[in-house]
Design a protein around this ligand. Structure first.
Ligand code: GLA
Length: 528
């Protein structure tokens, strides 16, 4: 009997195959709470607690081992070996234990010669280690980037690209590809152009990426809130990279960190959910107070986090107190997230036009912390204690469902905002005025950018200058935005952050050309 030959096609990962990870991962990782002090009991106790306290049911279905799970030496055949004191029953046993309860088990390795904790790295053992993990029942790999050195004359950033895309190929070719968490960008976040050039290939090679500093560990010195705000600050620069199948990862939730107030813990969760970010808890879950478990299980916020559109909330405005963010959700609702970064209670009013909505409509707004619903027209007023966050889910009535990507256009390197100013544009400190809120219409290479301070005007390139002209004048008002962050005018040059906004030859290595735009803007394909 002739056998039907079915060719084995490589399974593509991440954005090319969003079904691999259609929504950001949720679960537990030991690192920020316990660092190297992990063992089997911590994981079995945590699993039981997540089950009995309803976290598994709420969606937290991953148990991820971090560094220090292994022995310092590989076996004679080159295989990695678990630490038999920490894991007396072995990792395959733990994977089986996790699976029987309804969890996945994830693991940690490093693309270089050694992990950050000094254990054997996977360099030149890539296929062998991937096979080992799969044979143990692991389905998620966080691949760190300590101890990577450039080879064959490559730039360091190209070495990371080489190693992580090799891993991507190996994982994609497996019958059940492991979820791939890429830590490469975190090694470049102090240099805006290197960081961005690394980010450019990340969504095509894995499902999530740690892009910035480590969130402050439990025993660490310093301010946990500042650490959260640092990673938040990196995350808001990366809106354009996120799409179904790939998620920017600003690192763990740390809801038992002794340095955080209740409001700060809740803000951390609400902001990460607004971003559609991974929700990986690094805390001692059995001892978390019930009120913390309750907010971590907030279904409305988890629904936002897991929304299939996978948009990341982007900055609408920023001033010395408040950050206002918005994004769209699959059912046509708009999200409004407001964070009081200031040090005292304060009030702000957000016009619905800032959210890309029509001010002649009335909207239903649901407060996702209290579940109270109110009707809003024109604007929403919020009063927030220091470091607290409001999240509203805004539902348009029939006939008012059109939304326009709206918000800040800013140079991600300097943080300065594109500002409309009598016939021209400048880059200035962000101050939340309408001259810094831009409605972005159109798609691809036909974006038009109009400030809310004068919606009859559009940003235009004219004779090498950046001007504001009547939108219907029709000339020079088309722009395109690229994954690289470039905002290119119809004339072929790119917007650049100088005191007066200007145009220069598009260049991949000029940080002043890397722009953040509202979420929902359709990117142009190819390179600027
Ligand atoms: C790096 C990572 C952390 C953790 C440690 C382990 O610092 O960023 O998340 O994995 O390594 O050594």
């Amino acid at each position: 009997m002739a056998l039907l030959m079915v060719p084995l096609l490589p399974v593509q990962a991440s954005v090319e195959n969003p079904s691999l990870l259609p929504s950001p991962p949720m679960g537990f990782n030991n690192w920020a709470r316990f660092e190297c002090d992990l063992n089997e009991t911590l994981f079995t106790e945590t699993a039981q607690s997540m089950l009995s306290r309803g976290l598994l049911e709420a969606g937290y279905n991953r148990l991820n081992l971090d560094d220090c799970w292994m022995q310092h030496d590989r076996a004679a055949n080159g295989s990695l070996q678990w630490d038999t004191t920490k894991f007396p029953n072995g990792i395959p046993w733990l994977a089986n234990y996790a699976h029987e309860l309804g969890f996945h088990l994830g693991i940690y390795e490093d693309a270089g010669n050694a992990t950050c904790g000094g254990y054997p790295g996977s360099y030149q053992h890539e296929q062998q280690d991937a096979d080992t993990f799969a044979s143990w029942g692991i389905d998620y790999l966080k691949l760190d980037g300590c101890n990577v050195y450039a080879e064959d004359g490559r730039l360091l950033r190209d070495e990371y690209k080489y190693l992580y895309s090799e891993w991507h190929k190996i994982l994609s070719d497996m019958s059940k590809p492991l979820i791939f968490s890429e830590s490469a960008p975190a090694y470049f976040c102090t240099n805006e152009t290197d960081w961005t050039r690394v980010m450019d290939w990340i969504p095509y090679n894995g499902e999530l990426a740690r892009h910035s500093d480590d969130i402050l560990v439990y025993s660490g010195a310093g301010s946990a809130w500042e650490s959260i705000m640092t990673n938040y600050g990196y995350q808001v620069q990366l809106v354009r990279y996120q799409q179904p199948g790939y998620y920017n990862d600003p690192d763990f939730l740390i809801p038992d960190h002794p340095g955080l107030t209740e409001d700060e813990k809740k803000s951390h969760f609400a902001l990460w959910a607004s971003f559609g970010a991974p929700l990986i808890i690094s805390a001692y879950i059995p001892a978390l107070p019930e009120e913390v478990i309750t907010f971590l299980k907030n279904k409305d916020l988890i629904d936002v986090d897991q929304d299939e559109l996978a948009q990341q909330a982007a900055l609408v405005t920023r001033d010395f107190n408040f950050d206002v963010l918005t994004r769209s959700l699959t059912n046509g609702d708009r999200l409004l997230t407001v964070l009081n970064r200031g040090n005292s209670t304060a009030t702000t009013t957000i016009p619905v036009t800032h959210l890309g909505l029509d001010s002649s409509c009335k909207y239903r707004a649901r407060d996702l912390w209290t579940s109270t619903v109110k009707t809003i027209k024109d604007s929403v007023e919020v009063t927030l204690d220091t470091h607290a966050t409001y999240v509203y889910r805004i539902t348009p009535p029939r006939g008012c469902t059109k939304t326009t990507p709206t918000g800040m256009i800013f140079n991600t390197a300097s943080g300065r905002c594109l500002t409309a100013s009598s016939g021209k544009a400048t880059f200035s400190s962000c101050d939340a005025t309408d001259s810094q809120v831009w409605a972005v219409s159109g798609s691809g290479s036909k974006l038009t950018l109009s400030p809310l301070s004068d919606t009859s005007k559009c940003l235009a390139s004219k004779d090498g200058s950046v001007l504001l002209v009547a939108c219907d004048s029709g000339s020079g008002t088309s722009w395109s935005h690229f994954i690289t962050g470039h905002l290119k005018s119809g004339s072929g040059d790119c917007l650049v952050d100088s005191v007066r906004a200007s145009l220069r030859t598009c260049d991949q290595n000029v940080a002043g050309q890397i722009m953040g735009l509202p979420s929902g803007v359709q990117l142009a394909t190819g390179a600027a």
